[in-house]
Ligand binder design. Sequence first.
Ligand SMILES: NC(=O)c1ccc[n+]([C@@H]2O[C@H](COP(=O)([O-])OP(=O)(O)OC[C@H]3O[C@@H](n4cnc5c(N)ncnc54)[C@H](O)[C@@H]3O)[C@@H](O)[C@H]2O)c1
Length: 274
Amino acid sequence: MRVEGKVVLITGGARGIGRALAERFHRQRAAGIAVVDLDGADVAQVATSIDGLGFAADVSSEAGVRQAIATTEERLGPIDLMCSNAGVAFSDQPGWTAASQSDGQWDLAWRVNVMAHVWAVRALLPGMLERGSGYFLHTVSAAGLLNQIGDAVYSTTKHAALGFAESLAITHGEQGIGVSIVCPQAVDTSLYAGQEHDGPAKAASADGVLTPAAVADAVIEGLADERFLILPHPRVADYIQRKSGDYERWLKGMRRFRRSLFPDDSIMQPGRER
Ligand SMILES: NC(=O)c1ccc[n+]([C@@H]2O[C@H](COP(=O)([O-])OP(=O)(O)OC[C@H]3O[C@@H](n4cnc5c(N)ncnc54)[C@H](O)[C@@H]3O)[C@@H](O)[C@H]2O)c1
C-alpha cells in the first residue's frame, strides 16, 4: 500500500516512533494524518509540524480508542491506515522475578499493548469490509517474536499483540484488509531510554539502537510490499529461525545472554528486592 492520498490515524504519536511515522507519512503526501497521545499539547505540536490533526486520547480504554477514531473520521473522512503504535513497558521490578510486576501494570500493559489494537479493529473493520479495503499497522516489537530479558510484562503482551495481528491477517487477508507489524529491537525513544535499570535496555540494544526515522523508513518499505513482518533490525529474522529451529537451545542461549549482561548485578537475581 502507498500512503499517498490515504487518511491515517497514529496512536502514541507525540514522540518516538509514532511521531517519526507521522512525519514520514506527511512527506509521502498522505491525504490526512491524525496523531493522538495522552497529552493534547504534545500532539498539537506534532500536528502543526505536519499540517495534521492532533488531540488527546487515552487508548487504554475502548471508549478512548473509539473517540479517537470517531473524531478522526468526522474531520478527515474514513481511515485507510490505522497505526496502533502507543505502547508501555515495565521491567521486572520490584523483585526481578518474572512475575514480580503488580497486577495494575500487567493490566495497563494488556490494555495499551494488546486491547487497544483489538478495539481499533472492532471499530474500523465493519466500514473497511464494506469499502473492501483498509490497512492496520501494529507496532509490536522483537520482544513479541523473541523475548525482552528482564521485562516479562512487555514480552508477554507483545507476544499477544503478535498473535492478534496474525489472527487479523489470517481471517481478513482475503477480504481486502492489509496487516503489517513492525518489530524493532532497540529504538532511541523515551520508552527505551526511560527504563529505571539499564539491564533490559542493554539486552535490547545488542544489535544497535536505531533512530525512530530509520524505523519509519523500514515501515514505508514494508507497507509498499504489503509485508506482514517488518524487521528494522534484519538480524531478528535469524533469531526467529534459531528459536523455532531448536527451542531448548534458544532458551539456553538466552539464559547465557542474560548472565553475560548482568554478571555481577545482584538486583537481577530472582527474589532480591532492589
Ligand atoms: N523504543 C524501543 O526500543 C521499541 C522497540 C520495539 C517496539 N517499540 C514499540 O514502539 C511503540 C512506540 O514506542 P516508542 O519507542 O516510540 O516510545 P515513546 O515513549 O517515544 O512513545 C510511546 C508513546 O505512547 C504513548 N502512550 C502510552 N500510553 C498511552 C495511552 N494509554 N494512550 C495514548 N498514548 C499512550 C506515550 O505517551 C508515548 O508518547 C510502542 O508500542 C513500543 O512498545 C519500541
